[in-house]
Design a protein around this ligand. Structure first.
Ligand SMILES: [Zn+2]
Length: 262
């Protein structure tokens, strides 16, 4: 919509007053840098109506900042949180993902040079468990390689052990939520053998069992609406098995998988 507006303006004849540039002072740069340490932009990943005040109230409760937080509305579904203490902001980021009404809360660092109407948020960090690794692959190097093949690796949880033998390894990955959640990764050994590593996500909010994307359910999936006559519910490619439950240590119990592999 903003691009449409910009195109329209090109065809209008602007007055001299409208065209005269207004600059933002360089001296404001200092305060912009300060805001980065204390401010966070956030949004709710949903297509449906939601109660904004209830959303902010729940976030204030679950984030429980030690020194308080102020919320500002930047748009229909874009908000800014200004923390009184930068430690509170870090804690909120490190403990993400958060959810409201089972929908994912998207977080983004403060940016000073973007119009609020043009802010696009589509990344979120998850602890991803890697199951069925070969023993020789239970180390940070393999975990990082797998993680980097699907997003940006932010942390690897090996409890200072290497190799990290156990039921699974945990990798914190920043993912593009516009893409389907990867549920498996192909692993090729030197002898040519191919193995499948299974992925599960901790604190995974609602997602679509048909297309594997966050932000809607299969009932609201545009792809599913087109193909629903061809599929039975049991035939969905994704399921609740993508959600990691229970203890978050590497000695947790293994869950069953239902993804059919080639
Ligand atoms: Zn879908």
């Amino acid at each position: 919509m903003e691009d449409d507006l910009a195109d329209k303006w090109k065809s209008f004849s602007l007055s001299e007053v409208e065209q005269a540039d207004v600059g933002i002072q360089d001296s404001l740069q200092g305060s912009i840098d300060d805001h980065k340490d204390y401010c966070l932009i956030f949004s709710l990943l949903t297509r449906k109506f939601f109660n904004k005040e209830a959303f902010k109230s729940v976030m204030r409760t679950v984030w429980s900042p030690v020194k308080g937080v102020k919320f500002f509305d930047l748009g229909e579904n874009v908000f800014l949180a200004q923390f009184a203490d930068q430690g509170d902001k870090k804690k909120v980021c490190l403990n993400s993902p958060w959810s409201f009404n089972k929908n994912l809360v998207l977080l983004m660092d403060y940016v000073g040079d973007v119009q609020s109407s043009r802010i696009k948020m589509h990344f979120a960090s998850f602890w991803v468990r890697l199951y069925d690794l070969p023993l020789m692959g239970m180390n940070s190097e393999t975990a990082r390689s797998i993680g980097e093949s699907i997003g940006n690796v932010e942390d690897i949880d090996l409890y200072s052990q290497s190799p990290g033998w156990g039921v699974f390894l945990r990798v914190r990955i920043r993912l593009d939520v516009c893409c389907p959640l990867p549920s498996v990764k192909r692993l090729c050994l030197r002898n040519g053998e191919v193995l499948w590593v299974h992925l599960k996500y901790e604190r995974l909010p609602n997602f679509c069992y048909y297309c594997g994307k966050l932000g809607h359910s299969d009932r609201d999936c545009e792809l599913w609406v087109l193909k629903r006559a061809l599929f039975e519910k049991d035939g969905f490619p994704y399921g609740v098995w993508l959600r990691a439950e229970g203890r978050n240590s590497t000695n947790g119990q293994r869950k069953s998988f239902s993804r059919v592999l080639p």
